[in-house]
Design a protein around this ligand. Structure first.
Ligand code: SF4
Ligand code: SF4
Length: 363
């Protein structure tokens, strides 16, 4: 009934947008499905190896150039945004000195897994579109998992612009939102593209703890803390460990300093999925988790992605950076873990704490 009524609102595009907003999306825009003009620079980025061990990015690169390999006869892409800005109560300052042995988790991960939260709304939107246009058209939805250049499509649809930190910024959501897309065989009228609005600002480049933003619009993922703490499955390069600080899952620093966040606003979809307990978890308690307890604590959250071995590896690094002698017994125990990845990082953390202890005693 809703779908039929909304045709009174105007065009098919107006109708889809209205449905999307009613389902809780914060933005809904349209673009054509042709190859993004930025694809060659994406390919060069992959060829330079800056995607690190994220092999799927290289594997997907041809598909990203030609969306018809993903959905035959595709003509348009519907781009969607969902805010995860937690409101002022959820904002923490970057650059604050770590207090005690607590870890920092990226803001997007302080919720139930967004794939689970967004999927029902995306499915519902696809079903609604299907009911409006009939069975002859095809549609396919994605949330960051598909072989599509979602940031570039978001900019081309006018949803936001790619900032110098390489993430998408919306003029009225700031940096805190998820993207979703629906590829469709419908020939929808494209919206006006957005243009870059960074101006002379370079805050994100200076804020990055590991100098991962090599120059505007060029991120070396191999140096990025989000990659190191989530995507990388093996050992974290030693020269980058101290810059990771107390971050145990992802990093927000380049996003958090962006002046466009003054326009950030809370959305509807993520609100009830908040997990405020994940804001500053206790590092020593995390180090105690066995497989079962890890699952119990993080099932249904993005933190499952790192698995226990990855998270405890990160916890060891954080303890090496912010822990004191009180952390040594737990680290000694972790050093005897059957999982070599955890044992190696535990040894590194012990060495760091002892080094700090020795130098403070000699002063
Ligand atoms: S997420 Fe953190 S480490 Fe990665 S580019 Fe941004 S500031 Fe640098
Ligand atoms: S911090 Fe400044 S340079 Fe970086 S993305 Fe935001 S506006 Fe652009």
């Amino acid at each position: 009934m809703l779908a039929m009524n909304c045709f009174k609102a105007g065009t098919l595009e107006d109708c889809i947008r209205q449905q999307a907003i009613e389902l809780g999306f914060d933005h809904c825009r349209f673009t054509h499905a042709r190859t993004p003009g930025t694809w060659p620079s994406y390919r060069s980025w992959v060829d330079a190896g800056m995607h690190g061990k994220m092999e799927y990015l290289a594997r997907h690169s041809a598909k990203k150039a030609d969306l018809s390999t993903v959905l035959p006869q595709v003509k348009s892409v519907i781009t969607l945004a969902v805010s995860y800005f937690p409101g002022d109560s959820g904002v923490d300052e970057i650059g604050e000195m770590p207090v005690g042995a607590k870890g920092t988790v990226a803001r997007y991960a302080r919720y139930e897994d967004y794939h689970d939260v967004l999927k029902p709304a995306l499915v519902r939107l696809v079903e609604t579109i299907q009911s409006m246009v009939g069975p002859d058209e095809n549609h396919l939805y994605y949330m960051d998992t598909g072989p599509i250049m979602e940031r570039d499509l978001a900019q081309r649809s006018g949803l936001g612009f790619v900032g110098k930190h390489t993430n998408v910024i919306s003029r009225d959501l700031g940096n805190w939102f998820f993207l979703g897309e629906i590829l469709t065989t419908l020939d929808l009228k494209p919206d006006e593209p957005e243009k870059n609005r960074c101006g002379t600002c370079t805050r994100c480049l200076h804020a990055c703890p590991t100098d991962a933003i090599l120059e505007p619009f060029k991120l070396d993922a191999r140096r990025c803390i989000s990659y190191l703490t989530i995507e990388l499955k093996g050992s974290i390069p030693e020269d980058l460990r101290s810059s990771i600080g107390d971050r145990i899952f992802g990093c927000d620093d380049c996003l958090a300093v962006c002046p466009w966040n003054r326009f950030a606003r809370e959305g509807n979809l993520m609100h009830s999925a908040r997990r405020d307990d994940l804001k500053r978890p206790d590092l020593l308690a995390l180090l105690e988790l066995d497989d079962e307890q890890f699952k119990k604590s993080f099932q249904g959250t993005p933190m499952m992605r790192s698995k226990r071995r990855g998270l405890l590896r990160n916890v060891c690094v954080a303890l090496g950076n912010v822990g004191d002698e009180q952390a040594l017994p737990a680290l000694e125990k972790a050093k005897c873990e059957p999982e070599p990845l955890i044992a190696e990082h535990a040894q590194w953390a012990i060495d760091q704490i002892l080094k700090r202890h020795t130098s403070s005693e000699s002063q």
